[in-house]
Design a protein around this ligand. Structure first.
Ligand code: SF4
Ligand code: SF4
Length: 214
């Protein structure tokens, strides 16, 4: 296979796991337990197809543009596509298609579940790394934004805007990011520099589903 970067690329995406389906001899990549890509191996463990999911119209268009993209082998042929691992599909295009497949499969879950799968709050924080987690707070996803530092009886202003008003999965979907609400909601213990760094990390966490803002 000429796309030697593929496994590393997929495994550094947020919330991705993989396994080997022994009967088919497919390496399957999952998000939230659902497959979004697979490398199909022959009986000598050489890849013969890369399978991924696309919007049906885009899949049909690309099949017309590239002889190395065909309807999904051993899959639903409307949504799934198979790519020749030794063909001429450009690397950048394949990366883009893998990203789209990941996003499409993730989008099949409820928005709350998507935040759980990503392990991020709507503002891009990894609750499990927060010193308050488990002590003062179970995470804003659990308490619908009514975290201990929110105004009495109300949701955190970021949660109220992102989840309740705009119905986004997270602020990564918003072109205002980082907005004035982000600037106003801050841990008073952080210095200016620490706060700016936290904004930077959270924006990276929210971008493109990549782990640890790489
Ligand atoms: S304060 Fe609560 S919601 Fe905010 S990051 Fe910490 S655990 Fe998550
Ligand atoms: S304006 Fe956008 S970035 Fe700001 S809190 Fe609302 S959804 Fe998030």
């Amino acid at each position: 296979m000429r796309y030697e970067w593929l496994d590393d690329y997929l495994m550094q995406k947020r919330a991705v796991t993989k396994d080997l389906q022994p009967v088919w001899n497919w390496i399957r990549y999952h998000v939230g337990g659902r497959m979004f890509a697979a490398v199909c191996l022959d009986n000598r463990n050489r890849p013969y197809y890369i399978n991924l999911k696309l919007d049906p119209e885009e899949g049909a268009f690309l099949r017309g543009q590239y002889k190395d993209i065909i309807p999904g082998y051993y899959s639903d042929k409307v949504h799934w596509n198979s790519i020749n691992p030794d063909g001429e599909v450009p690397d950048d295009l394949l990366r883009d298609l893998l990203d789209k497949s990941w996003s499409l499969v993730l989008a099949g879950f409820s928005k709350k579940r998507q935040r759980e799968i990503l392990g991020l709050t709507c503002c891009g924080t990894e609750c499990k790394t927060c010193s308050f987690y488990g002590e003062n707070c179970d995470g804003c996803n659990e308490c619908r934004g009514k975290v201990f530092h929110a105004p009495e009886g109300k949701a955190c202003p970021i949660y109220a805007c992102c989840v309740q008003k705009h119905r986004y999965v997270n602020c990564g979907a918003c072109e205002m990011l980082p907005c004035d609400i982000w600037r106003a909601v801050r841990d008073p213990a952080l210095s200016e520099e620490e706060f700016e760094r936290s904004v930077e990390i959270r924006i990276r966490n929210l971008s493109g589903g990549v782990k640890n803002g790489i």
